[in-house]
Design a protein around this ligand. Sequence first.
Ligand code: NI
Length: 133
Amino acid sequence: MSVKRFGVSLEEELLENLDRLVTRHHFPNRSQAIRFLIRKSEVEEQWNMDMEVAGALVLIYDHHKRDIQKHMTALQHDYHCLIMSSQHIHLDHDMCLETITVKGKASKLIKLADKLKAVKGIRHGELVMSGIH
Ligand code: NI
C-alpha cells in the first residue's frame, strides 16, 4: 500500500496530547499514532452501526463455583453461530481463564458477552472487538 504524506495543523495543546499518546502507547512516531486513532474510530463506528465485527471475550473464574461450567457451556451452545473457537487454561488450582473468539453483529456479541459475564461465579470478563472490513 502506497503511503501519502499530508500536512496537519494542530493547536499546540492538541499536539502535546498527541505526543503524550505516542509516548504512552510506545508508538514509533506520530504517523503510527494517527493510524491507530483512525482505525480505532472506524471500529467504534462499525460497532455503533451494528456491523459484523470479530473479537475475543476473556473470562476468569473459579471452576469450583457451583454449576458454572454447566451454565457457560449451555450459553455457548445457545450462541454457537457466533463462536469461532474457545480456549480454556487452568491458571492454578482454582482459577480458569477462558478465551472465546467471536464473530458476528456487534450487538449480538455484546449480548453474548453480557450473558456470559453475568454467570454466577465469573470473576472478570472483558470483550474486545475489532473491525473486519
Ligand atoms: Ni480450568
